[in-house]
Design a protein around this ligand. Structure first.
Ligand SMILES: [Zn+2]
Ligand SMILES: [Zn+2]
Length: 673
């Protein structure tokens, strides 16, 4: 690159032009040289692989990649790039260079997987997707739901991408993360189906992605009791032990089961507000609170003026604000237990009053309080797909300002610089780094079909992305999703725990990931999840990676449950949600059912309150969603609880197992008849 100082020295425009041309030529020669070095290393790497020297082959492929990209960046993870997906070096690649890079990454991934280096194998296979995205970014912008086809069509590009997806899927399956394994294969399946030539489709299926291998992972629930019960921690960088316990309170009070509700914790009290009982038209305006320390029971507070759904409540300075897309913002004063409201305005950066942007009530958004301001992103007010409008309310001045996104009245165009329109996403604030993260969620194309509006489709669409908003700098960055990640989903429970400095995700729903019921012809076009994940923000190499939390019990597969961290204690709680009872057969309910249960999550990390957990014992006596594991033989089904004084701590599948397991259970858990 010609620097400004070079041009200054040269002065003459002809000379400057000549010099620039010379530099371009030099760069081309340098690139050709690096390309040759890279290809030589690939040949050597392939040699190692043929001799089954997988470790050497893996590092030789990695070396090949470093020849190709030069000294400007580190691959697969460049700390200088701060974890972002966008990479200037990749965006400057020719298609040939991109294909060579994908070959290196896939070579490294496959061989490192063979030598059991799972973290690196995942990093390298996910790098293929990063390359694919960067090539996408260079070309005419597409919506996230459109599949990128290079022009002219390059079969090799799709072949390499597919190989990356299948390797990632294999690693994830080995880790027992069936959701992400199925997701990767499903993306591959859609990719193969999109190929213009049936011959190409046939050859890629035969070589990389046989139909049977896709179908096999689609037959799992996530987690699937058959795998999950015997799942061991095989890699502590990608998995961590945890415990889900259903909580009980002293009295017989209870909150009606619900979904689409709001939840928050204030002074170690859990508050549940509004929502709906699944499968009914009952919508609630009531508010309840549970003392998480005393656990005496639920207490009712003054109801809100009307029923509400899919809104959030954000707490600041003893008040819980309920934003419904209106300029008049209601709040519950938590000390006086009385409702109040503030009149707010939308103002320009210079303080000039502007028109109110939300033309209808806003739902399905995310809201966070940080330093006296409420940040609101996404959700739905007009466009059925959802929106990407991002605004902030300064509570002290009662004024809103615009941060990013487009208004629903503006025609939607693809844009790689900011998150796409969405609802029911996951989000959290990293207060230390002053960043707001948004992740996944859906562009509701099925809803668009109901309203016959733009981008309608019978297939649901879920985003695969994660973005951070730097509060200080006021800009978005598209982040990498690394490690043993939760597969893309919507309606997921998500909370940032400031004590452990981890983001936690549980459950959710995907309208884009099919589920095939084993040994029958039934299939569903969607999935409900009950898997748990943590994102460790303090990874040494500066690249936060996801870990799956392996627990004994887990709450039944569900969406729209709410996960919260008590900032005073670092304890994490889950409340409510709903599930589809065709999908999770429980036998006694209608099409859907909602929950009114409270669970506590512990994770085996410093501050994760795991000290008292007997993990091995919990895994033996596990409640696996709607099923139970027999304490004696381990078989999974709908079994009877022990009827003794242990209060149903263990399950036995048959009287024989009960007889056999009784002495051990009696001794271990102090149970009496
Ligand atoms: Zn048994
Ligand atoms: Zn017992």
């Amino acid at each position: 690159m010609a620097k400004k100082t070079d041009a200054d020295v040269l002065k003459s425009p002809e000379l400057a032009e000549g010099f620039t041309a010379y530099l371009v030529r030099l760069d081309l020669e340098d690139r050709r040289y690096r390309d040759a070095e890279c290809k030589l290393a690939i040949v050597q790497a392939e040699g190692f692989a043929r001799e089954n020297k997988f470790k050497q082959a893996g590092s030789k492929f990695a070396e090949a990649m470093s020849h190709l990209v030069g000294s400007q960046i580190m691959v697969p993870l460049d700390p200088a790039n701060g974890g972002g997906v966008k990479c200037p070096v990749y965006m400057n690649f020719t298609m040939d260079e991109c294909l060579t890079a994908m070959t290196c990454c896939n070579g490294a991934a496959v061989n490192l997987f063979e030598s059991d280096e799972l973290v690196k194998a995942l990093d390298w296979s996910l790098e293929v997707d990063v390359l694919h995205k960067n090539i996408r970014f260079m070309n005419k912008a597409l919506f996230d739901w459109d599949i990128y086809t290079p022009s002219p069509p390059s079969l090799e590009f799709q072949r390499q991408r597919l190989l990356g997806l299948v390797t990632a899927s294999d690693v994830l399956l080995k880790l027992g993360n069936t959701g992400a394994a199925a997701y990767c294969r499903n993306v591959g399946n859609d990719l193969v189906r999109s190929l213009p030539s049936r011959v190409d489709e046939y050859s890629l299926r035969r070589e990389i992605l046989p139909v049977a291998s896709t179908k096999a992972v689609m037959e799992y629930r996530h987690p699937d009791p058959s795998i999950y019960r015997s799942l061991e921690i095989i890699n502590p960088d990608l998995q961590v032990r945890g415990s889900w316990q259903r909580l009980k309170w002293a009295d017989s009070s209870k909150v009606t089961s619900r979904m689409a509700h709001a939840c928050f914790i204030y002074k170690s009290h859990l508050y549940v507000c509004g929502g709906q009982r699944s499968g009914t038209l009952e919508v609630y305006s009531d508010i309840w609170c549970l003392d998480l320390v005393g656990m005496r029971g639920w207490r009712q507070l003054p109801s809100y003026k009307q029923p509400f759904l899919n809104c959030q409540m954000a707490v600041h300075d003893g008040k819980a604000y309920l934003f419904r897309g209106h300029a008049m913002v209601d709040y519950l004063d938590l000390e006086r237990e009385r409702w109040g409201r503030i009149q707010t305005n939308f103002v320009s950066a210079k303080g000039k009053k502007l028109a109110w942007p939300y033309t209808e009530s806003l739902t399905d958004y995310v809201a966070h309080v940080f330093e006296g301001k409420i940040y609101v992103f996404g959700g739905k007010y007009q466009r059925p797909l959802g929106c990407n409008y991002f605004a902030v309310l300064d509570i002290a001045t009662k004024s809103w300002t615009y941060l990013s996104g487009i208004h629903d009245s503006v025609k939607l165009t693809p844009d790689y610089e900011q998150p796409g329109v969405r609802k029911d996403l996951a989000s959290w604030v990293d207060e230390e780094r002053k960043k707001i993260y948004i992740m996944y969620g859906m562009a509701d194309r099925q809803e668009a079909a109901i309203f016959e509006s733009d981008f309608a489709s019978s297939d649901g669409f879920v985003y695969d992305d994660c973005w951070s908003w730097d509060i200080t700098e006021g800009k978005w960055q598209r982040e990498r999703v690394l490690g043993n990640f939760p597969c893309p989903r919507a309606e997921v429970a998500c909370s940032y725990n400031p004590t452990t400095k981890q983001t936690v995700m549980f459950g959710g729903y995907s309208p884009a990931l099919p589920f095939f019921v084993e040994s029958s012809t039934t299939s569903f076009g969607f999935n409900y999840f009950s898997d748990t994940f943590v994102l460790d923000h303090s990874t040494p190499d500066g690249a936060p990676r996801w870990k799956q939390v392996i627990t004994g019990n887990f709450p039944t597969y569900r969406a729209q449950s709410q996960l919260m961290t008590d900032p005073a204690t670092g304890r994490m709680y889950l409340f409510g949600g709903y599930t589809n009872t065709d999908w999770v057969p429980t036998g006694k309910h209608d099409l859907t059912r909602s929950y009114g249960d409270v669970w506590q999550l512990r994770v085996d990390v410093p501050g994760g309150l795991f000290e008292d957990v007997d993990w091995a014992d919990e895994r033996r006596a596990a409640q696996l969603g709607p099923w139970m594991a027999c304490y004696v033989c381990g078989s999974v089904g709908v079994w009877k609880k022990c009827g003794g004084t242990c209060d149903g701590r263990v399950y036995f599948c048959t009287p024989n197992c009960q007889k056999e397991g009784w002495p051990e259970h009696k001794q271990k858990h102090g149970c009496r008849r």
